[in-house]
Design a protein around this ligand. Structure first.
Ligand SMILES: O=c1ccn([C@@H]2O[C@H](COP(=O)(O)O)[C@@H](O)[C@H]2O)c(=O)[nH]1
Length: 238
């Protein structure tokens, strides 16, 4: 399969965290696929299935399927293959699934000549140092993110999901080409909600994020398109 030219030069990925296909498409119809990508997560995919991918692809969007696969290697490799065969632009697994799991997924894409970007989640942006300690990780948050990012890179991942707070350190240890996909983006006008490790859009780009994942600051704003425009303005002015 030939490498595709990216549709959008924007780093923005809008998280379509909606409970129905109709609600997600209502938002997608206000967005421009040349100005952002979209993300389909667990809620929307569980409710609407592959139909949502077809509908978004039909509207010209590049789609990040954020299902964070975490299972035995063969199961994850097959799930990643299934996602890639549906034409998604990006898919992810949990780095905590380990080297064999990540390698199996990467090798499957390669064997099938599928071009979908494969990345791994390090430590969820909703987690604090205290949360990490509670699940038995003794190292600091920064150390754990770096350990998982290095393992992900070594296992054939093209990048990681991390918070923008870790982007600078990961640029130093894994290089600038290694993708840093960062949720927990909060413009000054937005609430943190359940996110613990947050940054504004402009600070995240300055820190070295490759892509910014933005959900509720846009989707739950009184005027979503005005919120998106404010983020775009912030990004162009910095
Ligand atoms: O560590 C992670 C991994 C994934 N996410 C997802 O990103 C969006 C963020 O949405 P907001 O509304 O902007 O908080 C959401 O779909 C998460 O599932 C994440 O936040 N952190």
């Amino acid at each position: 399969m030939a490498t595709q030219t990216p549709l959008s030069q924007s780093p923005l990925i809008i998280a379509l965290d909606y409970p129905s296909l109709d609600a997600a498409l209502c938002m997608a119809d206000q967005l421009d696929p040349t100005r952002c990508r979209v993300k389909v997560g667990k809620e929307l995919f569980t409710r609407s299935g592959p139909a949502v991918l077809e509908a978004l692809h039909g509207r010209g969007f590049e789609v990040f399927l954020d299902l964070k696969f975490h299972d035995i290697p063969n199961t994850v490799a097959s799930a990643v293959q299934a996602a890639a065969e549906q034409g998604v632009w990006m898919v992810n697994v949990h780095a905590g699934g380990g080297r064999k799991m990540m390698q199996a997924a990467a090798e499957r894409l390669q064997a099938q000549r599928l071009q979908t970007h494969l990345i791994a989640v390090t430590v969820l942006t909703s987690m604090s140092a205290e949360d990490l300690g509670e699940v038995g990780v003794a190292s600091s948050l920064a150390e754990q993110v770096e350990r998982l990012a290095r393992l992900a890179q070594d296992s054939g991942m093209e990048g990681v999901v991390c918070s923008a707070q870790e982007a600078k350190a990961l640029n130093a240890c894994c290089g600038k080409e290694f993708l840093k996909v960062t949720p927990g983006i909060r413009p000054s006008f937005a609430a943190a909600n359940d996110q613990q490790r947050i940054m504004t859009p402009s600070a995240a780009m300055q820190a070295g994020s490759t892509y910014l994942v933005v959900g509720r600051p846009v989707t739950e704003a009184p005027d979503p398109m005005a919120a998106l425009a404010a983020i775009e303005t912030e990004l162009t002015e910095h």
